[in-house]
Write a protein that binds this ligand. Structure first.
Ligand SMILES: [Zn+2]
Length: 226
């Protein structure tokens, strides 16, 4: 169960390590991280991380937005899942060199058109944040990602054969291979290490005498052989 606490200003904070035990993904891009919290259908439902409205609060507090907002409603939860699915499909479309579907573009645009989070210089990062505002900010992040030619061109898939999730490579050389270096990168390095170790262990030559091969039995020098 999600550990939540209501602060003095009526907003909700998480107490469970900000998603550390929830396998939230951190690729470095807000809208992609959000899209990776789960999905619909038999392929994606097992990856679901936002089972309840409270889970949405936990993710938002854990995310780079660090939003501590009032407890999400069921409607917020449904809205989040709808936006998440649209972002996922739009990213997949770009990755396959096709235009995002009108339906997905419409959903992302509609959320982006709502008032977004309002930042402030001191104190908490946002002025009276709400869940709908957070969803709008996420939708705007997706639009920036999918409109900007550089960012769109840097949308990649993780090179790990058992991963393949999208990420944005904003590194100068543009040679990033993994969604998360400490996840798939570490796994790849560990596998490479094991493979090198396996190759370095050469099979040992069998040198034991065979009891059936008389020619290998040392002869007694005192007995002339015939
Ligand atoms: Zn990966």
């Amino acid at each position: 169960m999600t550990a939540l606490a209501t602060t003095t200003n009526g907003r909700v904070a998480t107490l469970d390590g900000f998603g550390a035990d929830r396998d939230f993904r951190h690729t470095g891009r807000l809208s992609i991280d959000f899209a990776l919290t789960g999905g619909e259908g038999p392929e994606f439902a097992p990856q679901e991380r936002l089972h309840t409205p409270e889970d949405l609060n936990v993710w938002l507090a854990w995310s780079q937005l660090a939003v501590v907002a009032p407890l999400a409603t069921d409607q917020d939860h449904l809205a989040a899942r709808q936006l998440r699915w649209a972002i996922w499909h739009a990213c997949e479309a770009v990755l396959t060199d096709t235009l995002p579907h009108d339906r997905d573009r419409g959903i992302i645009d509609a959320y982006a058109a709502q008032p977004a989070l309002v930042p402030q210089l001191f104190g908490e990062p946002w002025v009276s944040p709400s869940i709908p505002q957070a969803l709008s900010t996420i939708a705007r992040d997706a639009i920036e990602l999918l409109r900007d030619p550089f960012l769109r061109g840097r949308l990649r898939r993780c090179a790990s054969p058992d991963c393949g999730v999208p990420f944005v490579d904003v590194s100068r050389p543009g040679q990033r291979r993994w969604c998360e270096d400490q996840r798939c990168g570490d796994r790849a390095r560990q596998k490479a290490f094991r493979d090198r170790k396996r190759r370095a262990v050469k099979p040992r030559k069998h040198v034991a005498f065979s009891t059936h091969d008389a020619s290998q039995i040392p002869q007694d020098p005192g007995v002339p052989s015939r």
